[in-house]
Design a protein around this ligand. Structure first.
Ligand code: ATP
Length: 292
């Protein structure tokens, strides 16, 4: 299930009641920073920019008190590394990733970035360091320019074009009647699934966070689009710590490390070949899924 959807759903309702444009985006960010359950502690730290070393130490978590979803999770990710989480549905891959931007707080243990517990950081500071690309791309009614600039509200037009170029959106935008000022959404041009994903990727190039969370789409795009988007995501993840909730074999094979998440926690980790040869859960999942 998609844990990230919850906070976004909340925000969506509010955005629609505000006039579109920059004021609307500001409002969005304010809400992102004032989620009711999670608050800044007194004297929370502002950080300009982090390297992206991530450490989960003996992390436990449950959505309700009676049922732990994660227990004693230990995970150390070096800045720049790409980690793929694989495993059966409901095992907790999304949950692990949703703890990093503090959509929920751990109930035991702690998570640190560059050695600082994330609960010591201002929420706005923390979330500036983390970019999330998920399958349900959040777009609002407004122009393409505004939708990309949502990654960085004070972006210059040249930066927005650069982000579009890196996400391979440039040609599409140039072909539209009003270019960057083309209105999309309900009252404008409808974007395809693949185009929406590219727009989300362009936002992330603009936001330029040291840490990325990619929630890979389970629903298939056509093969060509899929390959192109995989390439854009691979470009985006260069030089960033990347956590992928993985469903695609290409991503999994290219990860620096694969974490197998089961009901028992992280039960195996390593590179693709090593895990296939180990003949454990991963090799069984791999054979079942890909008939290899
Ligand atoms: P999938 O591959 O299907 O996305 P997953 O490995 O990402 O699965 P999670 O979505 O992290 O698994 O779910 C882990 C467990 O937590 C599941 O039992 C799920 O039902 C439960 N869960 C997930 N989100 C919530 C929520 N918002 N409230 C309560 N329980 C939840």
């Amino acid at each position: 299930s998609n844990v990230f959807f919850r906070p976004i759903e909340k925000i969506n309702a509010v955005i629609e009641s505000y006039p579109k444009g920059i004021a609307g985006f500001r409002r969005y960010l304010e809400i992102m920073d004032t989620e009711p359950d999670i608050k800044d502690k007194a004297n929370a730290l502002e950080v300009a920019s982090l390297r992206g070393d991530i450490d989960f130490k003996d992390v436990s978590f449950g959505y309700d008190e009676n049922r732990k979803v994660l227990e004693h999770i230990n995970l150390n990710v070096k800045a720049g590394e790409t980690i793929a989480f694989v495993g059966p549905s409901g095992a907790g891959k999304t949950t692990i990733c949703s703890l990093l931007p503090r959509f929920y707080d751990v109930t035991g243990g702690g998570i640190s970035i560059d050695g600082t517990d994330i609960r010591e950081l201002k929420l706005i500071s923390l979330r500036k360091q983390i970019g999330i690309v998920q399958q349900d791309v959040f777009l609002f009614s407004g122009t393409i320019k505004e939708n990309i600039a949502y990654g960085k509200l004070d972006a210059e037009l040249t930066e927005i074009w650069e982000a579009a170029r890196r996400a391979h959106l440039e040609e599409l935008i140039q072909s539209l009647p009003d270019g960057m000022d083309t209105v999309i959404g309900e009252r404008g041009v409808k974007l395809s699934g693949g185009q929406k994903q590219r727009l989300a990727i362009a936002r992330m190039f603009l936001k330029n966070p040291p840490i990325l969370i990619l929630d890979e789409a389970t629903s298939a795009l056509d093969t060509e689009t899929e390959a192109a988007i995989q390439q854009s995501l691979a470009d985006l993840s260069v030089g960033r710590t990347t956590l992928v909730i993985a469903h695609r074999l290409t991503t999994i094979k290219n990860a620096d490390r694969i974490m197998v998440v089961t009901e028992e926690g992280i039960t195996e980790e390593g590179r693709h070949e090593d895990l296939v040869n180990a003949g454990g859960t991963y090799s069984r999942l791999y054979q079942a899924q890909y008939n290899a």
